[in-house]
Design a binder for this molecule. Structure first.
Ligand code: XMP
Length: 519
């Protein structure tokens, strides 16, 4: 039942029809100081909605012309509950118009930055000039507005860009463009205006993130009971454990599972950094258990499953050994929310599963204090808590560690090459002041061999690929245009330090079409 998922402090509800920008809407609203939550549209019937809760209807890849009835039921639900404030975006705008008796049609697509002219005075456009640039991404459009509505903006192509509908519950708005996309110059103003019209309180900020995280822990873990938190040095697990420590004190037992897939020296470094902030994890050396299971495995997805299962087993054994019934996880909001219809294809299992195998949840209570927070909010919380920059500025590191940076057969030798080469990449970029600007920087090892000459003899060696990317959220990325002399130095240091490497290459493909990690 989804009811349990909605936070008690919910302020703005975003109904997700599977639009590509739904998370962006939620983030923009939060940046404006109002807590927002996303709900897949087909679960709307499970919630109890307050008529004062403003609702934003997202975009969609669906067309009302083919799937209008399912979406229509959402409107029926909202109207029957007396919801007073609705803003429909793109598909949501078409849905509102269609529901109230307007007409939607094919063949009026607009894409990209488009001039939009305001044709009617309305507080929704407060702060806008008569004409502004707005981001469009639609195939269908509203060709006939519903009765009891006013067209309040028109696009440069003559299509309806915004509409105001007088419903029995209140005034509903629809905008054909995407105010959440930064190309819409005055998008934040428009969203802010909607929040003001709806009278939303703006108190969402780091102090609230902390209150919420503490409340989740305090309400989930009864007095006197213990919890285990696995830490890895990543920002999410560190913040989750730190807040849990503040609430539970010695009832929190931190653990660091050494699976043998960390970067060089990482375990010792993380332990040393955690100690001053009061987290002293028990380091469980499970390297043989993990590496033994991975040896010889070619399929990366299979390796992810092996690692996920083994990780859960080690964690469960540990929790039982210390008498803990609760496991604290640093899961963040994007992993909690499944997108709406036709959610993105499963590219890699972590994107869809996000978390522990199901059986763990049957044996332990899983407590996720950061489950409502986006990554940038977790960072802001870390700053509020005064955590060292070491944690805040660290590059993301995948849960399965270096195992996703080995292409083809997994061998300990390739793992060692990957580890050593990655260290060189990081060292060189750090020395040149570039590391902090990259989203991630690492080395990859595959099965291909390149004939080389080492010490006058023919050598058949490994190909190491350097990958350095820039990104703001990991969803899209571009390779970093690193100066040749830096690449040159990294390559030289790699093939000089690792005798079996006869070729070093640089990966120059953005995401998409590539992903960031090779597998
Ligand atoms: P991709 O390779 O899918 O990566 O473009 C996007 C971001 O996710 C990280 N990543 C993972 N994180 N478990 C994780 O916790 C994984 O299995 C995993 N695979 C990729 C990756 O490092 C990048 O930041």
């Amino acid at each position: 039942m989804i009811r349990a998922q909605l936070s008690p402090i919910s302020k703005v509800l975003i109904v997700d029809f599977g639009g590509q920008y739904t998370h962006l809407i939620a983030r923009r609203v939060r940046e404006l100081g109002a807590f927002s939550e996303i709900l897949p549209f087909d679960r709307i019937w499970d919630i109890e909605i307050n008529r004062e809760t403003p609702v934003i209807l997202s975009g969609s890849h669906m067309s009302l012309l083919t799937e209008g009835n399912r979406a229509r039921e959402v409107m029926e639900f909202l109207v029957s509950r007396g919801v007073r404030h609705v803003l429909g975006i793109c598909f949501g705008h078409q849905l509102l118009s269609y529901y109230f008796g307007g007409e939607v049609s094919f063949g009026c697509s607009e894409y990209g930055g488009t001039r939009v002219r305001i044709t009617g005075e309305d507080p929704l456009f407060s702060g806008w000039e008569k004409e502004e640039i707005a981001w469009m991404s639609h195939g269908d459009c509203v060709v006939k507005p519903p009765p009891n509505s006013d067209v309040i903006a028109i696009s440069e192509n003559g299509y309806i860009a915004a509409i105001r509908i007088s419903s029995a519950n209140g005034t509903y708005y629809g905008v054909q463009f995407h105010p959440e996309v930064h190309h819409t110059t005055k998008g934040p103003e428009l969203l802010g205006n909607f929040l003001s019209i709806a009278g939303v309180e703006r108190a969402w900020g780091p102090g609230e993130y902390l209150n919420q995280a503490k409340r989740i822990i305090a309400e989930s873990i009864p007095e006197g009971e213990r919890a285990v938190a696995a830490v890895s040095g990543g920002i999410d697990s560190t913040v989750a454990a730190f807040v849990a420590k503040a609430v539970l004190g010695d009832r929190l037992v931190p653990i660091l599972i050494d699976h043998g897939l960390f970067r060089e020296g990482e375990v010792e470094e993380v332990v040393a950094m955690l100690e001053p902030i009061g987290l002293k994890p028990v380091v469980v050396d499970a390297r043989e258990r993990f590496l033994g299971g991975l040896e010889g495995k070619e399929d990366c997805e299979e390796r992810r499953v092996i690692i996920g299962e083994e990780y859960a087993r080690v964690l469960a054994e540990f929790a039982e050994s210390v008498g803990a019934r609760h496991i604290i996880q640093g899961t963040t909001y994007p992993d909690v929310i499944e997108s709406g219809p036709g959610a993105a294809d499963k590219i890699k299992s972590h994107h869809n599963v996000g978390g522990l195998p199901k059986w763990v949840g049957e044996r332990f209570s899983i407590v996720e204090p950061l489950r409502y927070l986006y990554k940038d909010e977790v960072r802001a919380l870390a700053k509020l808590l005064g955590l060292p920059n070491y944690f805040i500025e660290r590059h993301p590191f995948p849960g399965p560690g270096l195992a996703v940076r080995i292409i083809g057969e997994f061998t300990r030798r390739k793992l060692e090459i990957c580890r050593k080469a990655s260290k060189v990449v990081e060292d060189v970029l750090r020395e040149r002041g570039i590391l902090g600007k990259a989203w991630q920087a690492f080395a990859v090892v595959g099965d291909d061999k390149w004939v080389g000459v080492k010490g006058d003899a023919r050598a058949n060696g490994y190909v190491v690929i350097i990958r350095v990317v820039e990104s703001s959220d990991g969803m899209t990325a571009d390779y970093m245009k690193i100066p040749y002399d830096v690449l040159d130095e990294a390559a030289r240091r790699i093939y000089n330090a690792i005798p079996e490497v006869t070729m070093v290459a640089y990966a120059i493909t953005p995401k998409p079409p590539s992903t960031i990690e090779p597998c």
